[in-house]
Each structure stands twice: as C-alpha cells, then as structure tokens.
Design a protein around this ligand. Structure first.
Ligand SMILES: [Fe+2]
Ligand SMILES: [Fe+2]
Length: 216
C-alpha cells in the first residue's frame, strides 16, 4: 500500500522520483498511490519508451489517462499529448507507443455507474471557457461530486481562498503552481483531503489538471 490514506495531504515532485520498471520492460512508472502491486486503485506517472508496448489488460473499475508528452496508442487509435481518455469499467486494451510518451494514469477509480468512454483532445481551442478572474477552464468530465478539468492560470493570477468538498488532486502540467503551503513546479502531484483549504496563486503562466470531489 502506498499513500492510500486519503485523509493525508501528499505532495510528490515527480520529476525528482525514481522510475520503477513495470512488467513490460520498456514501460516505466513513478507510483503516486497504490492499493496493491498490479491490481486495484493506482495512480502513476507512466513512461513508454519509443516502440514500447504493454500486455493486454482489463480495467475492472476503469482507467483515466492524460497524455503529457509524445503519442500514446492502443488498438482503437492514437492519442497525442493533450489527450484526456476515460476507458470505463470492464474495458480492456493492448496499449503501445511508436515514438514514446509520458502519461498520468489513474486506474480502477470509477464510480460503478460511470460507463462513458471519453476521448478529448485538449489542443482544441473551442473547449476552453472563461473561469474566475483571468482563469480559463477546459472541462473534461463530471460525475456526481467528481469533477475534472484543465485550468490555465495567467502570470500573476490569484484565486479565492477555498475549501475542497471531497478533496482535490492536482497535477502541474507547466509553470509553477503555488499556495500558502508551498511552490509546486511542473510535474508536481498534490492530493489534498476532504475539507482541506488553501489560497492558490501563480507568478508565472501555469497549466494544471485538477480533480475535485472524488476523495470522500
Ligand atoms: Fe490500460
Ligand atoms: Fe484548491
């Protein structure tokens, strides 16, 4: 078990973490949270080397992926950097990458009734919406209390102090995210528990992937 007590705040600067080999010799992982060795709830940064493939595998409780770099592929298609994917409970696939890729992967964390397969290319400028202040938001998914979005922060933006009902999970995709508790450069993963609070801001242009309401 790794970081499975959701009442704890966890910050991992993933660029500083060690790569761990996976059962495929050309796929490597940086584990963030994990219930068991090769099954159950797991969140990781995953790297496919050029030409890497991973064995066919099921996702009994779904798989959520954000492609951070390169091009990720499976038998259904090719997914370039900026693609958000949801493979629902009961799905399976045989993934690979011709040129290599870097992924954020959350396995087996779907609500049982959340059965939609979603593929969103966030490079589409049409998906962005105005947010609070100068923020821009690209909604990716919502189900019951859970919401997932990209949030773009212009240089110098400061958000309101707020509390997280159901917790908050952030992956910093570019720039440096900040709050009163610290500074989080590109690649940092922050998991904040149910009813935690903070006052975030940035001093440079910053892009984050945010999930809220799922840690209850
Ligand atoms: Fe998968
Ligand atoms: Fe927050």
């Amino acid at each position: 078990m790794l970081n499975m007590d959701f009442s704890h705040r966890i910050v991992i600067e993933t660029s500083q973490a060690e790569w761990v080999p996976s059962p495929s010799g050309s796929v490597f992982r940086k584990p963030l949270e994990r219930a068991a060795a090769e099954s159950g709830h797991a969140s990781s940064i995953v790297r496919y080397e050029a030409g890497a493939s991973f064995q066919s595998h099921p996702h009994p409780m779904g798989e959520e992926i954000f492609v951070m770099e390169g091009v990720f592929s499976d038998e259904r298609g090719d997914y370039p950097a900026g693609t958000y994917l949801r493979n629902p409970p009961g799905s399976s696939h045989s993934p690979f990458s011709k040129e290599g890729c870097l992924l954020f992967v959350k396995l087996n964390q779907f609500h049982t009734e959340d059965n939609s397969r979603i593929i969103i290319n966030t490079n589409d400028p049409e998906g962005w919406r105005p947010g609070h202040g100068g923020l821009r938001v690209f909604p990716l998914h919502s189900f019951q209390t859970e919401g997932t979005a990209l949030v773009w922060w212009p240089k110098g933006e400061r958000f309101l102090p707020h509390r997280h009902y159901g917790g908050e999970e952030i992956l910093v995709l570019s720039g440096v995210f900040q709050d009163e508790l610290g500074q989080y450069p590109k690649g940092t993963w922050i998991r904040s528990p149910h009813l935690s609070a903070h006052h975030p801001f940035v001093t440079e242009e910053t892009l984050i992937l945010v999930k809220t309401g799922h840690l209850i």
